[in-house]
Ligand binder design. Sequence first.
Ligand code: ADP
Ligand code: MG
Length: 438
Amino acid sequence: DEILERVKEEHELGEISFKTWIKPLRVHRVDGNDVTILVPTEQVGLDYVSKKYKLPIKAAIGELTGKDCEIYFVLPQDADKEIKEKQIKNESILAGLNPRYTFDTFVVGSNNKFAHAASLAVAESPGKIYNPLFLYGGVGLGKTHLMNSIAHFILENHPGIRIVYVTSEEFTNEVIDAIRNGSNTAINKFREKYRNIDVLLIDDIQFIIGKESTQEEFFHTFNALHGAGKQIIISSDRPPKDMDILEDRIRSRFEWGLMADIQMPDYETRMAILRKKQEIDGTSVDDDVLEYIASNVKSNIRELEGSLNKVIAFSNLEQKEIDIELAQKALRDIISPDEPKVITADYIINVVAEHFNITGDDIRSNIRARKYSYPRQIVMFLCRQMTTNNLQQIAEAICVQNHTTIMHGIKKIEQDYASNKETHDTIDLLKKKINPPS
Ligand code: ADP
Ligand code: MG
């Protein structure tokens, strides 16, 4: 409005002229220094405005914003077409994305919080902070889910931005097709597709290793985009340094930006993922069954979700309520019943140390700070309950001289267990971690 007022003043426009030609103008799009203005009239009106007011508007914008712009005018029907084209383009990107894989459905745990934060930061400010973003982690730990989340977020929050999301297999196939076709147009078309974008996401980059022409093409794409400040996001099942036969020049580029790894989820995160999945699917399975699954399926989230699906499907098939027994039956191929496990003091020390984010040596030390003494006493208590060790043996396992210290520690936790909810819950959780229900 300020710009339009300025045009009016400087050209001493009468009220009618102003109302007819200038006041209805709206900014349709700003793309760098290109400003497209919507003229809500007919072609003649557009021609007239364009002829008479283009320079005054350009000057007014320059005065008010300090920017030297190119001005374009567009009619509503053409603007609509442009928006539609953009929508179609977004739809074709969306077609390659999984609608379920968004930040909303991604459970953040200690195993992935860094990768999650980095992904969100890049999605909010593509090309501005970490470039490239390199996400890595084992199979089924959430890389594709995060990559998709970034793409969805950008599509929603930065509508004008051009994104391409591909797996490295798709990328490879496109390179091969372009080369096989042999014509310059095929190769140029490929390059045009990958170099005229703002964000490139390549999933599972490890598959381009050893494919020379793909690596070559990727290298040039990477340089062109990176040099132009465009965002690149890559996922891989391993860090660059472990990609043995990857060319050094590519490896070093992966390490330019930010690398974030995704680890295996801990028990709490596995439970949270199962609960989230229930919420999304609208199912409700008892906690003890979820606990059974979460404590036995540890290394792969796809398998964790698959296990829950399998239990639900099995219950429909058998027309039986879901309980532990049914879950065991449904999952007998996935969860092999362990040989009876002997719980040792050392094992308890490890589980408790991990839970409190300290080391086994901290437990075995005589540092008195509560950060260590409390977990140490919990170890004493759990050893007494869960192993056949006597006090002397427990003292030896924790490297404590005197077994009255052990007695004292056990008593302390016994009292806490009865009176303090936090200790109560911690002990129950640790017991489940040490000896999963089976
Ligand atoms: P990757 O690409 O690393 O092999 P995916 O992204 O395909 O793994 O994840 C496997 C499955 O686990 C997907 O269904 C995904 O939605 C789910 N998943 C992984 N991590 C999480 C998480 N943190 N929260 C919710 N679901 C997750
Ligand atoms: Mg994947």
